[in-house]
Design a binder for this molecule. Structure first.
Ligand SMILES: O=P(O)(O)O[C@H]1O[C@H](CO)[C@@H](O)[C@H]1O
Ligand SMILES: O=c1cc[nH]c(=O)[nH]1
Length: 248
């Protein structure tokens, strides 16, 4: 990393394309970048691996943000500083509904702010909402790619493994929340507070509606999940371009 790079992610201080797909895992960023034209590594440090390239002729960023809201926020802040103004997260999530299956895509309308970090930015009553136009853009792209999809509210939760406290699972199921993951609400709040656009689509990697969510029931390394992520990458990139075109 050079002195001209941003300190956490190692990306340049300015000049990145305004449209970004953000993902948890560095390898997922590499896999998606391999499908871009003219992909180049723009920076790498810790869990943050960032590429630039173009998708259907439009310059984009693909970046990994790691696991958990606090670390992910460091990446979102540096990406925004470097020029990104629209973020779509392509993540994985546990399903909270029997009819939402492994490999399906959940398109987020909003997220429960149980991320453990956004409460330090703004009071908890402030909503974590997806930028309105991201939702129909993702739905249209999912249909175009024949991706089984669902839309609704996602539970972003900081703790992956249970502790001694009872999870409010029954309450969130009764409230109609459809999937659980770990970073989206931090992204949506960050975008809301900074006049940026953000949304997300999550590939289901199993059912997480029990009281014993966490490592004991977690099995994301299956073909049905890998196939879902591969399909979702094209969905999210297409939706990102559509949202970007609406800005022009
Ligand atoms: O697949 P990613 O994008 O990392 O998303 C999910 O997977 C991780 C948990 O293993 C958390 O980051 C969670 O949000
Ligand atoms: O947080 C997460 C992410 C993926 N799958 C889960 O069950 N939980």
């Amino acid at each position: 990393m050079t002195g001209s790079a941003l300190p956490v992610t190692g990306i340049p201080r300015s000049g990145l394309p305004p449209l970004a797909v953000v993902v948890g895992a560095p390898q997922r960023a590499t896999d998606i970048a391999a499908r871009l034209d003219d992909a180049e590594l723009a920076g790498e440090n810790r869990e943050y691996r960032t590429y630039t390239g173009s998708w259907r002729g439009t310059p984009v960023v693909v970046a990994s943000h790691g696991v958990g809201g606090p670390g992910a926020l460091c990446s979102f802040a540096e990406l925004a500083e470097a020029g990104v103004h629209t973020f779509l997260r392509l993540g994985t999530a546990g399903s909270l509904r029997k009819d939402i299956l492994s490999g399906d895509l959940v398109i987020a309308e909003a997220a429960v702010r149980d991320d453990g970090v956004s409460q330090q930015l703004v009071p908890a009553e402030y909503p974590a909402f997806a930028t309105a136009e991201t939702v129909p853009a993702l739905v249209r792209a999912a249909k175009a790619h024949d991706a089984p999809h669902h839309r609704g509210v996602v539970w972003t939760r900081a703790a992956f493994s249970p502790g001694v406290l009872r999870l409010p699972m029954r309450e969130y199921l009764a409230a109609g929340v459809i999937a659980i993951e770990m970073e989206l609400s931090a992204l949506l709040v960050f975008a809301g507070l900074n006049g940026l656009k953000a949304g997300g689509a999550l590939v289901i990697d199993g059912n997480a509606a029990g009281d014993d969510v966490g490592p004991a029931t977690y099995d994301p390394h299956r073909d049905v999940v890998a196939d879902g992520v591969h399909r979702a990458a094209a969905v999210v990139l297409d939706a990102l371009i559509e949202v970007g075109e609406a800005d022009e």
